[in-house]
Design a protein. Structure first.
Length: 650
């Protein structure tokens, strides 16, 4: 028999048919593909039918109390001392007594910031929660920068605004895929991400670097890309905070935010990213606790409790059919609307949220009050049970879509390895590298020169050469978190071992100012790494007027101003966090933005200082009076500095 091909097939079915002759081969080419497609279609249809049957059968068997419980979400943590501890016993009781449908992963904090856990610890907690729940739980987390927001020793992705600076949707899609793989490995099926808010207000204290940027089209593209990547790897995703929380100066954790744009503005700016999310098949949308007069004229009816927003706009106009969830019901942006003398604010808010059309009530401060208030509202006829059924069906469909109807547990042996894959670690660093942006450059500082502990001929450097190249690095923050600065200092020391380092924390470092200022006076080169989180809209008095302040508050802000007075020409300011810092310090001569305080961003910043990066990042936001969106300067090269040095040498 004539040989059909010299190439060996890796498919055993094809090998058998090749041996049988040309007739079988023709059968393979013309009939087998149809059978394969038919088989795949049949399997998919059977799986879909199995999910539908599970949802219908489960819903039919639930009592009213169990249905209401499926609409409630509580908070869990990853650092329980044991599963017999009072802290864990509390959530076990909540799961069982209130028939809870979902739980969101929270964080504890100490004096050094958030306490992160290991992947194995997270997976163990997830499995225990699933063991203690009657129905499988949806476990959620704010994964705006991947699992690094909750775990240590995982890829340290920067904040979303860094992706905006890198301006590559493919990277966002890959980020969504990596986040999905890592989340599923530790038992989390539901990301409360991506942020679809357009950060077009520099004074925004709650969104800022959590947004991809200020351009609605770019934000929409990136939201769509994240959804695609996450879905490809089995993760449920949430677009937030509808209808857009980017243009506000109020933190809704503390008060009622207001989105003042008219309908035309909303259609052009706030809504496009949510439309992109819906087009991409986003599973859920989280509401903002905000007053939006263009959508709801009643100022007492914020989005969370407005049927105009939930039903008329989100359901009817935008045709969203997935799960709608509130932001946390413990937030003052909602509860302050209710007079506590008239009953539990949380309980009343929960009932109003259900009436408005929400499917999931997130973290009610008064869980018992919220649960019984909704149950009683149904029994009194204030809310129909059919309305409850609609929401519970959506929740159950989400659970079935990620396979919780078949298996609710994760493999503990895989948790650590799947959340620390070397390619993902390298990818996180590459994103941070691609994002660093040079906004100002006076041409005198960058790039810094490497100064190793020994000279090129192997001899020790002379004291005079050390003095000539004296580098001072000052890390400034209102309060440092545990991981802040370690990678930055290590990277600096690898390049300039004799660099002098100061940490200045506005809470604990008072009294250190004279030493820092004296060192800045003596140094040849000064690098200020400013860790900036804009937690609230700040107002300061300037020349008799109150203006918004974007910089560091308290002693750290004062020290930054003093340093810029002493040595503006020899100072580089690295903004690790909010890029808007320069708004309050326009005297900065050389300014570099990283958009994040991640360890990868620290490493990238140092690479940029020493001329090791030549990326093409651009500002994803406008810095009023400083630079427009899309602006950046080319990174200076060592050749340029050498020419300048030779030109100034007598």
């Amino acid at each position: 028999m004539r040989k059909l091909s010299s190439h060996r097939s890796h498919n055993p079915t094809i090998r058998v048919l090749l041996q049988a002759g040309s007739c079988s081969l023709l059968f393979l080419f013309f009939l087998a593909p149809a059978k394969i497609k038919q088989s795949q279609w049949t399997h998919a249809a059977a799986t879909k039918e199995a999910r539908r049957t599970w949802v219908e059968d489960t819903l039919k068997d639930l009592s009213l109390e169990e249905k209401v419980g499926q609409m409630l979400q509580v908070r869990y943590y990853l650092d329980y001392k044991s599963f017999d501890s009072p802290e864990y016993n509390l959530i076990r009781r909540e799961l069982q007594e209130y028939h809870i449908g979902s739980a969101v992963c929270g964080m504890h904090f100490d004096n050094s910031g958030p306490i992160r856990s290991s992947a194995l610890e997270a997976a163990k907690v997830a499995n225990q929660l699933q063991t203690d729940a009657k129905l499988p739980l949806l476990l959620a987390a704010d994964l705006e920068r991947g699992v690094a927001s909750r775990l240590h020793d995982v890829p340290a992705f920067p904040w979303p605004m860094a992706f905006g600076a890198a301006n590559d949707p493919d990277k966002v899609e890959r980020f969504g895929a990596a986040t999905a793989r890592e989340a599923r490995a530790i038992g989390i099926q539901w990301a409360l991400a991506p942020v679809a808010d357009v950060n077009n207000n520099p004074a925004n204290p709650i969104i800022n670097t959590r947004s991809f940027g200020e351009d609605p089209q770019q934000v929409g593209f990136f939201v769509n890309a994240f959804v695609r990547g996450a879905h490809r790897n089995g993760l449920l995703v949430t677009a937030k905070h509808f209808p857009g929380n980017g243009d506000t100066i109020t933190d809704s954790h503390l008060g009622v935010a207001t989105i003042r744009g008219d309908m035309d503005h909303l259609q052009k700016v706030e809504l496009p990213p949510f439309k992109e999310a819906i087009n991409a098949g986003v599973d859920s949308i989280m509401l903002a606790h905000a007053i939006v007069p263009a959508l709801e004229p009643d100022p007492e009816r914020i989005t969370t409790i407005s049927s105009r927003v939930v039903k008329d706009v989100l359901r009817d106009q935008l045709k969203f059919t997935g799960v709608i969830l509130t932001d946390a019901l413990e937030m003052r942006g909602l509860t302050r609307l209710y007079d506590p003398r008239k009953g539990s604010p949380t309980a009343r808010a929960a009932v109003d949220a259900v009436k408005a059309g929400n499917d999931v009530i997130m973290v009610p401060a008064d869980l018992d009050g919220a649960f019984h208030a909704i149950v009683n509202a149904v029994r009194s006829g204030d809310i129909t049970e059919a309305r409850i059924d609609q929401s519970v069906q959506r929740v159950l469909e989400m659970k079935a879509s990620v396979g919780l109807n078949k298996n609710r547990f994760v493999d503990l042996k895989q948790a650590s390895s799947l959340t620390s894959e070397p390619p993902d670690m390298e990818f996180a660093q590459s994103v941070a590298d691609d994002a660093v942006t040079l906004v100002r450059d006076d041409g005198k500082m960058l790039p810094l020169q490497r100064f190793d502990s020994r000279t090129q001929d192997g001899s020790a450097p002379t004291p005079s050469s050390q003095a000539e190249r004296r580098l001072l690095v000052i890390l400034l923050a209102e309060s440092f978190e545990t991981e802040n600065g370690h990678e930055l200092v290590s990277a600096i020391k690898n390049r300039r071992p004799n660099a002098e380092i100061f940490y200045f924390d506005g809470r604990f470092s008072t009294g250190l100012e004279p030493r820092v200022l004296s060192a800045a006076n003596d140094a040849k080169e000064v690098v200020i790494a400013a860790y900036v989180i804009l937690r609230s809209a700040r107002q300061i008095e300037l020349n008799g007027k109150y203006v918004t302040y974007f910089g560091l508050a308290g002693p750290s802000g004062k020290l930054l101003s003093q340093l810029l007075e002493i040595a503006p020409e020899k100072t580089v300011v690295l903004s690790l966090g909010s890029p808007y810092l320069i708004e309050s310090h326009p005297e900065i001569k050389t300014y570099v933005c990283t958009y994040a305080m991640a360890s990868t961003s620290e490493i990238s910043a140092v690479k940029a200082l020493f001329g090791e990066l030549q990326n093409h990042a651009k500002l994803p936001v406008t810095l009023p009076g400083i630079a427009p969106r899309g602006f950046s300067l080319p990174w200076p090269t060592q050749e340029r500095r050498d020419k300048q040095s030779s030109a100034t040498t007598p």
